[in-house]
Design a protein around this ligand. Structure first.
Ligand code: HEM
Ligand code: HEM
Length: 173
């Protein structure tokens, strides 16, 4: 049964930290505009700071998966196995894209962070570039949420319909 062999503890911790931060960052971005103008700096700064924290965690995860992390055989053969592999690589690539686009967006915005300091802008006044990066960042973030939702649904299908204990791979490390 696929659930009998499990990922190592560091892989498991890094997986759930990534998932938690991705969902929190996406949710936080949706509510920034509900704050009164004078207070938006706080949720926006939290989004930026958590985004940078995720970038560090993400680099750690990629290095660990590429070097010491345990590799497991696919849970399914055939087309379903290929789809799972594509989803995993797709998630790695899309989360990376969101992070790079978010940091690039930030590099042109010159945001005030928590009313403590203001970040410099590499392209002050370039509204076109700012809007383009903002659109791409938001679109890539939505794509991550959709793919992660399908990925989670597949994991739950294994766990509760196929009853093969797949979730144990990512919870028992
Ligand atoms: C944004 C959220 C998520 C991302 C980016 C993500 C990403 C990944 C990636 C890249 C892998 C491949 C293993 C690795 O290299 O670490 C993986 C495996 C796995 N994930 Fe997620 N995941 C997310 C959320 C979830 C959720 C919500 C669940 C459960 C409901 C889940 C359950 C699993 C399981 C069971 C595996 C092992 C699958 C296998 O070995 O075939 N993941 N995840
Ligand atoms: C996986 C991680 C991330 C997710 C899921 C995410 C998600 C989002 C979403 C959905 C938006 C709204 C876009 C729109 O209005 O169309 C947004 C806005 C934004 N993001 Fe991210 N983001 C992430 C990481 C980052 C990072 C690393 C940074 C910079 C260091 C960043 C900086 C920003 C900024 C400055 C905004 C604009 C906020 C505002 O409208 O006031 N994000 N993000």
């Amino acid at each position: 049964m696929p659930g009998n062999i499990v990922y190592d503890r560091r892989t498991v911790v890094l997986h759930w930290l990534t998932a938690l931060l991705v969902v929190t960052l996406w949710g936080l971005a949706q509510v920034i505009d509900f704050f009164p103008n004078a207070l938006r700096v706080y949720p926006r700064s939290t989004h930026i700071l958590l985004g940078v924290a995720l970038a560090v965690i993400y680099m750690t995860r990629v290095v660990w998966r590429a070097t010491g992390g345990r590799r497991l055989p696919p849970a399914d053969g055939g087309l379903r196995g290929l789809a799972a592999k594509a989803a995993h690589y797709g998630l790695y690539a899309l989360v990376l894209a969101v992070l790079v686009l978010g940091i690039s967006y930030e590099a042109v915005r010159a945001d005030n962070i928590l009313n403590v300091f203001r970040l410099p802008s590499v392209a002050p006044g370039d509204k076109g570039l700012r809007n383009l990066l903002g659109d791409w960042h938001g679109t890539a973030a939505n794509a991550v949420l959709i793919l992660a939702g399908l990925h989670a649904a597949a994991a739950l299908f294994h766990q509760f319909v196929l009853k093969d204990n797949l979730l144990h791979r990512m919870t028992r490390g």
